[in-house]
Design a protein around this ligand. Structure first.
Ligand SMILES: Nc1ncnc2c1ncn2[C@@H]1O[C@H](COP(=O)(O)OP(=O)(O)OP(=O)(O)O)[C@@H](O)[C@H]1O
Ligand SMILES: [Mg+2]
Length: 396
């Protein structure tokens, strides 16, 4: 659900500026942006003004008669100049915090669902001029524009995930195809052997018709077997048209980092990038190359989350080399044990309880399809380093 999407830190910083200014302009102890998280409502951003009784992160249950709850239910601005003088409001929970007047407006997601409120509260009776309401509505529109951009990038993330999942399936298909090709070789070799045997039987003087017929029967059976395998392959491996994009690798990488930002944050991973400027554009499949980056980054995050509270550093770099671009993903996790460096690329090799062990083998086949190489090594001073090259004139 869109509505659990976290608000990125840089937007929260901007919103902090808005509520601080709001509290200053309206001259109240408290300006808040509230976010609904059923069954609770949470203080998402609180003005850093003196005497503000609300702390960011504080939660209150819904259905307790809060001012903000009414704003969300009615989807209308609410003005309560003096709750103590108001039958409807004189026992509402915010009074306990000394907040007896309120002005707030609802904030919605672009699809119309409610996000929360932006409001000001005061410890004394306050009629709040119309201008303040206009100001709140104006800022509400700013917040909603930010929500639209959050929703759009979330949507893009989902589309990209779907694209990558599709690419993953295709890659798996590619591997299945390879193993089926392997399977078909065997009956074809048997057909050849049996046909040659039949030739020998028939070349005898007099010809051994019985032996020749038996050999031909076996050859026919082998042909049928081969045909079956081929049919199966065709059904499975109907190949998508190969894609050839002009890929700006730094841009493609930045996009993947952007998409994994939440995951990185959640796992307290610090990302650094050293992306060389002026790299040539490469020819290949953007989605596939991004899939490789995504797999490597996810592996690094997973590896580093096993370590205690040590620093978790991820360094992603690009640079140009003779006739290719070199991309490296380095982490500060436990690294790969000596004997596992090559095994890690084998299909179905995994050390994770929920891993499939396909990530790296798919990455390698994608990079090789692009004419490059993917390998692993120990990182300095610790962790693993995965590096790959893409030739500058690569074709997917
Ligand atoms: N950055 C890393 N640091 C340490 N070990 C790693 C790292 N990347 C991969 N490995 C090891 O290589 C194994 C294979 O990785 P691979 O990505 O192929 O499969 P997986 O991550 O286990 O499962 P999945 O199919 O979900 O990707 C991992 O299980 C892990 O043991
Ligand atoms: Mg993996």
């Amino acid at each position: 659900m869109l509505h659990n999407t976290p608000v990125p830190a840089e937007i929260l910083r901007k919103w902090q500026g808005i509520v601080d200014l709001l509290a200053d302009i309206v001259r109240v102890p408290s300006a808040l942006i509230m976010r609904v998280e059923p069954p609770n409502i949470k203080v998402l951003v609180a003005s850093e003004s003196e005497r503000n009784p609300y702390e960011p992160g504080e939660e209150a249950s819904l259905n307790t008669g809060l001012y903000c709850e009414t704003v969300m239910n009615t989807r209308q601005p609410l003005l309560v100049p003096d709750a103590l003088q108001d039958e409807d409001w004189k026992s509402n929970p915010d009074i306990k915090l000394g907040m007896i007047s309120y002005l707030g407006v609802p904030i919605s997601w672009p699809d119309g669902d409610i996000f929360g409120t932006i409001c000001v509260l005061d410890g004394q009776s306050n009629g709040y001029s119309d201008l303040y309401l206009k100001l709140l509505l104006q800022w509400r529109d700013v917040l909603q524009a930010d929500l639209t951009s959050i929703a759009t990038s979330e949507q893009r993330f989902r589309t990209m995930q779907a694209e990558l999942a599709h690419a993953n399936r295709l890659a798996t298909l590619g591997q299945l195809t390879a193993s089926i090709t392997h399977e078909v070789k065997q009956p074809v070799a048997a057909v050849l052997l049996n046909a040659q045997a039949a030739q020998r039987f028939l070349a005898r003087q007099p010809p051994d018709l019985e032996g020749g017929k038996k050999a031909m029967d076996r050859a026919v059976q082998d042909c049928i077997r081969a045909a079956e395998v081929v049919d199966r392959t065709r059904a499975l491996g109907r190949k998508e048209a190969e894609r050839k994009d002009s890929v700006e690798i730094n841009k493609a990488i930045a996009e993947v980092i952007g998409l994994t930002r939440n995951e990185l944050l959640k796992n307290s991973v610090e990302v650094q990038t050293q992306l060389a400027e002026g790299l040539p554009v490469i020819q290949g499949s953007r989605v596939q190359l991004q899939q490789v980056m995504l797999n490597l980054i996810v592996n690094a995050i997973e590896a580093m989350s096993q370590t205690g509270d040590d620093r978790r550093d991820l360094l992603i770099s690009t640079r140009s080399q003779a006739d290719c671009i070199l991309i490296a993903v380095r982490d500060s996790g436990p690294g790969l044990p000596e004997g596992a460096i090559e095994r890690a690329f084998e299909a179905f090799y995994t050390t994770k309880s929920s891993g499939l062990g396909m990530g790296l083998s798919i990455c390698r086949s994608i990079i090789e399809d692009h004419g490059g190489r993917l390998w692993a090594a120990a990182n300095e001073p610790n962790g693993a380093a995965f590096q790959f090259t893409i030739p500058i004139n690569s074709v997917s």
